[in-house]
Design a protein around this ligand. Structure first.
Ligand SMILES: [Ca+2]
Ligand SMILES: [Ca+2]
Length: 322
């Protein structure tokens, strides 16, 4: 029951939004900074970029007893200890987590409604309730060392339509992707990922709605995976990674210029020393000629196949390549 109350509280607090503390800061030019972990520090610049630097995990904050119970709008403030930037959170537009940071704590970016993009470092392994109620957060790229998407990590992130998880993600906690109204697909590329066994682990709505409907989108994973078992248990549409066409780098069911552009971006990023921007499973779809690298040749084959199918070509990509 405790988790139910917490979720009810989180939802109600989302709805209450910025009026909830009655604050109206008009401080666009103020840069603020401080400590947010034993060895972690934060700063917010006048452009709205919030940066975390240092090493290790950030601290967690919580709303203690500051829950607004469904049907009972009383707030108990005694234990309310939000993150230090709580009152200026609407100024945060972009979050950059620096190399060396390994974990993001609970409700660290709670209800940052103007936050649209987040950059994670290669060192990050865990999140925990970190982005609850971020209504405009859209695209997240997880580092390939990401391991644990903890409890409520993206709860009520209502604008995020697609989530792709690298093979390194080994656990997805309760409510991690719950209440995500726009979510239409999630790719879980670790066949043995431990997915918390609840209909509310991945869902468009939350238990707070009266009906326990399953996630209305698609779960994409490998045959025989825990992702397939989870989808089947809760009546969610499942698509197998094995069934997508070679060249369909973003696994959207079509091979087109977007896929070619992803292959080219990968080539440019690797060639300039910035590292891979594709997950391992995406590279297998991008490296269409099966050599050692994703490069401009693959992009041109993808474009060629796109043109071929556009005029009615029906061979598979593999057959086309012969
Ligand atoms: Ca595609
Ligand atoms: Ca290649």
């Amino acid at each position: 029951m405790k988790t139910n109350k917490i979720i009810a509280g989180a939802l109600s607090l989302c709805i209450m939004g910025t009026n909830f503390i009655g604050l109206n800061t008009n401080a666009a030019d103020i840069a603020a900074s401080g400590q947010c972990g034993d060895n972690a520090y934060w700063s917010l610049d006048s452009e709205g970029t919030f940066t975390v630097t240092g090493t290790g995990a950030t601290w967690s904050w919580d709303f203690g007893a500051a829950y607004i119970f469904a049907g009972d709008m009383e707030i108990q403030w005694d234990d309310f200890e939000p993150m230090p930037w709580f009152e200026i959170r609407d100024q945060i537009k972009r979050v950059v987590i620096g190399e060396g940071i390994t974990g993001l704590g609970d409700v660290i970016f709670w209800d940052c409604d103007n936050l649209t993009s987040v950059e994670f470092p290669s060192t990050l392994t865990t999140t925990l309730g970190s982005f609850e109620c971020c209504d405009n957060l859209r695209n997240i790229r997880f580092p390939e060392g990401m391991e644990d998407i903890g409890w409520g990590s993206f709860l009520f992130c209502s604008s995020m339509s697609s989530v792709e998880l690298p093979e390194s993600v080994s656990t997805i906690g309760l409510f991690a992707f719950d209440g995500m109204a726009s979510l239409s697909r999630i790719v879980i590329s670790n066949p043995e990922c431990t997915i918390y066994d609840s209909i509310d682990t991945i869902n468009n709505i939350s238990y707070a709605d009266s009906e326990e409907l399953p996630f209305a989108g698609v779960i994409i994973g490998y045959y025989g995976s825990t992702a397939q078992a989870y989808a089947e248990k809760y009546g969610i549409t499942f698509k197998a990674i094995e069934d997508f066409s070679l060249g369909d780098v973003n696994l959207d069911g079509e091979v087109n210029a977007l896929d070619a552009s992803m292959a080219l971006t990968e080539y440019a990023s690797v060639a300039t020393g910035k590292g891979s921007v594709l997950y391992d499973y995406q590279e297998t779809f991008a490296n269409v000629n099966g050599d050692s690298a994703v490069n401009s040749l693959d992009a041109s084959y993808i474009l060629g196949y796109y043109a071929y199918t556009a005029i009615g070509g029906y061979l598979s990509f593999e057959e086309y390549m012969k």
